[in-house]
Design a protein around this ligand. Sequence first.
Ligand code: PLP
Length: 410
Amino acid sequence: MIKFSKMKNKNPFIIAEMSGNHNHSFDRAFAIKNVYITQPILPAYKDFCLQIKQIYKSGQLTNSGQKHNEFEEKLKKVLAVNNVSLFNNGTIALLTAIKALDLPINSEVITTPWTFAATPHCIAWNGLKPVFCDIEPDTMCINPDKIEKLITKNTSAILGVHVYGFPCDVKKIGSIAKKYNLKVIYDAAHAFSTEIKEGGGGIGNFGDITMFSFHATKLFHTLEGGCLTYNDKNLIKKVHDLRNFGICNEDRVEDIGINGKMNEIQAAMGLLNLKIFEKEKNARKKLKEFYDSSLSSIKGIRLPAIPKNISTSYQYYPIILENIYPITRNNLYEKLKQNGIYARKYFYPSCNDYECYKDLPSSRAENLPVVNDIKEKVLCLPFYGALKKEIAKKIVKIIIEAGKQKSKGA
Ligand SMILES: Cc1ncc(COP(=O)(O)O)c(C=O)c1O
């Protein structure tokens, strides 16, 4: 039997608790009445049990076990990259990525405020200064045309985020970095399997180093987890030592490392989810087509314009409520919530409004016109393969009905 404890807790990712004998062909929907932004994929329970049995038998639970190594090899192929280093979560992976590049202490890293807290926090935790750059209105990724004017003699790197799974303009960012001799880091937490079709390949091939998150909210997950991808072979040892407290061998500790190791249970979940994530992606593609065709003609609703030569990860489905839409984003959010539908205001507040960053010169309103406009207008709709058609239709109906209202604030 599945017991869902703490049902008052709105986060479905932490409420599943199993007990007793179970035959797991269960329907998770029976216990989760409300509709959330996402629902994690899960492999067949018996397959996971088999993996756990193997882990028990091997006796190795962590520290580059058999499953860890097998998963790492398989990921190289799936992500079409040369080097993969697994981590226990995306945040520790990003912290390590920045550390591995040896950027001068107190130097400036140009990044986007349109991201999750982890991105600027990883810069600041490394003793570096985040400098916020405005975003493109279409993809909502960092705007490369606004990067150059932020470069100073203290700039050491650019950190772009492939937000919602839409890729940054990696070509333009690459040439700016080359011109000014800057490092490039990408946060691809949302972008598992995003591809740039012409002359690009896997999104993890750009810049000096890229981080993917495998958190349960992601298209592909290992419960918690993440990885780094990079092409420079010299980074392999550096990243691996940093991931393991800076320990090089039994006799030597070189660097100030951290514990970033992925354990065998995470790797087992990853191995199984590699077999099913494409199915989930296809289901999301169909849901996107449904949302697109139902919402694109509504006055005041704008959908992101994604470049043609890419395939996205289908991580999130953001809509932008322009001023001519009769009610505000917050009012639409409330309307959906009254119907048990929990959309998300990703990203509200934007990072430039956080207490810890609001006083940075780059956070001033005049520097971030697009971010400051869009932060009041974006809503990410529930978006996952198991979302029932009738629920998707209900969401669309609420948005259409709200669009017929007469004035703001109704
Ligand atoms: C853009 C972005 N960067 C970084 C992270 C952090 O990843 P993790 O949750 O795996 O630590 C997240 C959240 O999951 C994210 O959305």
